[in-house]
Design a protein around this ligand. Structure first.
Ligand code: 3PG
Length: 310
């Protein structure tokens, strides 16, 4: 029987990416169904009921969604982080979960650079700012996104170092980045620290007072990764204690932190109105098409590469 593939994107892809995803699915002889810009969980619960595969972005695929998706065999997260998917429950139900690593990395890396520029140039207020050239950037984790940012930062004359227990010092040096052995040293020496690790048990709330207070005068923490990485209570304390530190993010702090920041520290903190790091035509095409191809490969050739819940 023909496979039915649902593309469910609360934050939709560029039309060009969506159309190409649909074309790949149809070309394989499968049926494509779209659920874009939906609100609340109900439309997703209904749409997944009879699909064999699902493509999502940051859309929440929890136990309830998986329970409603009785025919589901594969979920592909068109992107890097799959913390929005209940991978353990999927596994118990025999549902494979994949991501599309690296496909949107350049877009997120460029946005991180943009946030750095925005903060360096006094939030585009016209007041005198500073330049990035000659400043130190520390990448906290240096996977595909960290590498994209590092390349761009080196290009404009920043000195880049990184801490990442999963990437060898040799590999870091090969892309022009100085490896730092101790995480504390990365924070101590970086005018900008940019977060690029996934949100998991080890990393959630791992960025707090201890690390942020090590940062040099007028330093700025850049978060295009996940809000959950930050100990938000401690972020507030740090902003209170260190009137020079700044925080720029592509992920809105949760309530009540967001409200407290708006009231007290607005001049030193910025976040985008809606998570937009991967929101470029190129990243949408790259991640969307990779997801569609992975689905076709899974059903037609039994391809299992990129499964994250084996
Ligand atoms: C990712 O994990 O790939 C990024 O955070 C992008 O997420 P998005 O697809 O929801 O924009």
């Amino acid at each position: 029987m023909t496979k039915k593939v649902l593309l469910a994107t609360e934050k939709p892809f560029a039309a060009q990416a969506r159309d190409q995803v649909v074309a790949i699915i149809k070309e394989a002889g499968f049926e494509a169904v779209l659920l874009e810009s939906y609100q609340g969980k109900e439309p997703l619960l209904q749409a997944v009921a009879d699909v064999d595969a699902l493509i999502v972005r940051s859309d929440i695929v929890d136990a309830e969604v998986l329970a409603a998706a009785t025919k589901l065999a594969l979920v592909v997260r068109a992107g890097a982080g799959y913390d929005n998917i209940d991978c353990a429950t999927a596994k118990t139900k025999g549902v494979a979960v994949m991501n599309t690593p690296g496909q949107n990395a350049n877009a997120v890396g460029e946005l991180a650079l943009g946030l750095m520029l925005y903060m360096a140039r006094a939030r585009f207020s016209g007041k005198s700012g500073t330049e990035l050239r000659g400043r130190a950037l520390g990448c906290h984790a240096i996977g595909a996104t960290g590498r994209a940012l590092a390349g761009a930062a080196i290009g404009i004359g920043m000195k880049v170092c990184a801490f990442d227990p999963y990437v060898s010092a040799e590999a870091m040096r090969s892309f022009g980045v100085e490896p730092v052995e101790k995480l504390e040293d990365l924070y101590r020496r970086s005018d900008y620290v940019s977060l690029h690790m996934p949100a998991n048990k080890e990393t959630k709330k791992s960025i707090g007072k201890q690390l942020m207070l090590l940062m040099p005068k007028k330093a700025c923490l850049i978060n295009t990764a996940r809000a959950e990485l930050i100990d938000e209570g401690e972020l507030l304390q740090v902003l209170e204690e260190r009137k020079d530190l700044r925080y720029a993010s592509d992920v809105e702090p949760t309530a009540p932190t967001a409200a407290a920041i708006k009231e007290k520290f607005q001049d030193r903190v910025y976040w985008t109105p809606k998570k937009m790091g991967a929101q470029t035509e190129e990243a949408n095409v790259n991640a969307g098409l990779a997801a569609a191809r992975q689905i076709v490969g899974f059903f037609t050739r039994g391809e299992k590469q990129f499964i994250v819940n084996p």
